[in-house]
Design a protein around this ligand. Structure first.
Ligand code: URP
Ligand code: ZN
Ligand code: ZN
Length: 472
């Protein structure tokens, strides 16, 4: 059925304006004033902003990690994402050395197909490069539309790839039209520091942070930037947590390199002291890279404001405290790394960023949706509101006040990393391709309705404007 959203304020990455939006057959069919159609359902968005659906470029759903599997799968994870105003996710497909890439991708299709309630795509982990992998990568891009590859510079003996693999991945990505993503921490140095700490009987969660200081993130980020320059390729640094890494990205961008940086809500609002919570509760706050000293937060906010960092990913990677995080009692290296963030990513950026004057409303849309769509080949279908785009739309009440809590969140985990945080602003209704997924704060979607999205090659949509969009 045709829908017309009335009385709201439309916000895109470039403009803020009052208009009605007509939706037909899953796409935006008209934007104008006093749109009228007796057949259409009218949605009243008085007092609300109308944002393009959020895009989360960094999730780990139903992923084996740290001797267990993330608690949220493609059903609970995407329901929680939708409650938070996200209408597309890009999840990381893990690969195993020696296993055909297509087999790993098939595993991820099986995990997601009948479960996702919003649209989704995959990044592909690269753990090794050889002639077979290079041949397969071409197929992955053409057949699966996977145009971003992930290389881990940390997690020694698990995911970590060596510099040669990173360099050859950068070369292949340049040739094939893909974006290389890196987890930038020096895994070898971390391995040494963690072994030393354990030898000295330092086993509490805080030692997770103390054995991964900002310098190891800064060093790896700088190394990845230099290798990107040498390969004349393109790089996206995930989950940037500290000043040292921001400095390396800024330096590379100042040289004109195609280097992009993402941060995550936890690094903007939580700090290292959380790892010192008593009764092993610090384990809830174990991320890699770790939470930093508070002074790094302002550096990250400024980097988002001035464009040195461009996107916000959730890095959703949730584990229950009971039975999962607890695996690391007595040995911090056994605490599964990661936390539940998919649901609160957008609201935290709005409340702490827009409401507190750190970023503008249009920057907020760019950081949570538009820029991500452009970088990862989803634009113009996703990432903005214009005639012809998918009707992925969030009706957002900027005045609604609430407190984040595990008692009210929709993720499957037994704690909320932002428990007790006061937030101003809430997604009220969320449409995915014109269909209600969240209607007046109630989930009305259906598992399996989410569609797998094949993405365009890197660069294809990077510099498109909305007008050019309409001609594609
Ligand atoms: O601690 C984190 N970040 N867990 C998720 C895996 C990763 O490194 O992104
Ligand atoms: Zn990572
Ligand atoms: Zn991650």
């Amino acid at each position: 059925m045709k829908k017309i959203i009335k009385n709201g304020t439309v916000v895109t990455a470039s403009d803020t304006f009052s208009a009605d939006i007509c939706i037909e057959n899953g796409v935006v069919s008209m934007i104008g004033h006093e749109l009228h159609d007796p057949q259409a359902e009218i949605i009243d968005a008085s007092g609300c902003y109308i944002f393009p659906g959020g895009i989360d470029p960094h999730t780990h759903l139903d992923m084996p990690f740290g001797g267990t599997v993330t608690k949220d799968d493609f059903e609970t994870g995407t329901i929680a994402a939708a409650f938070g105003g996200t209408t597309t996710i890009i999840d990381f497909c893990l690969t195993n050395k020696g296993e055909p890439l297509q087999s790993a991708i098939d595993t991820w299709h099986k995990k997601s197909k009948d479960k996702a309630v919003i649209d989704y795509s995959f990044h592909l982990m690269i753990g090794e490069i050889n002639d077979d992998v290079l041949t397969e990568l071409k197929e992955v891009i053409n057949k699966e539309g996977i145009t971003s590859f992930k290389v881990f510079m940390a997690y020694k003996n698990v995911f970590q790839a060596d510099d040669g693999t990173l360099y050859r991945t950068l070369l292949a990505a340049k040739d094939l039209g893909a974006l290389v993503m890196v987890h930038a921490e020096n895994g070898d140095v971390i391995d040494y520091l963690t072994k030393q700490a354990l030898k000295e009987g330092k086993t509490d969660p805080i030692y997770h942070a103390l054995t991964r200081p900002p310098e190891v993130e800064g060093e790896a980020t700088g190394r990845a930037c230099q290798l990107t320059e040498l390969a004349d390729s393109q790089l996206y640094v995930v989950h940037v947590s500290c000043k040292e890494a921001v400095e390396q990205i800024s330096k590379a961008r100042d040289k004109g390199l195609n280097i992009w940086g993402e941060t995550c809500p936890q690094y903007l609002v939580l700090d290292k002291t959380y790892l010192e919570k008593p009764n092993f509760e610090g384990a809830k706050y174990v991320w890699s890279p770790p939470l930093r000293d508070k002074e790094h937060q302002e550096v990250l906010w400024n980097a988002l404001k001035n464009g040195q960092l461009q996107t916000l990913g959730s890095d959703q990677c949730s584990f229950d405290f009971k039975g999962q995080k607890e695996l690391g009692r007595g040995d911090f290296t056994k605490i599964p790394n990661g936390g539940p963030t998919i649901e609160d990513r957008i609201s935290i950026l709005f409340s702490e960023g827009v409401q507190k004057g750190r970023i503008t409303l249009n920057q907020f849309v760019d950081i949570t949706s538009t820029r991500i769509a452009k970088l990862f080949g989803l634009f113009p279908k996703k990432g903005t509101i214009a005639v012809g785009t998918d009707a992925d739309i969030v009706i957002f009440d900027p005045k609604k006040e609430r407190v984040l809590s595990a008692n009210t969140h929709h993720m499957a985990v037994d704690y909320n990393a932002f428990e007790g945080m006061k937030i101003k602003g809430e997604p009220i209704t969320v449409l995915s391709r014109g269909e209600y997924v969240i209607k007046n704060k109630t989930f009305v979607g259906k598992p399996g309705r989410g569609q797998y999205i094949k993405r365009a090659k890197y660069g294809k949509s990077l510099n498109l404007s909305v007008n050019e969009t309409l001609r594609i």
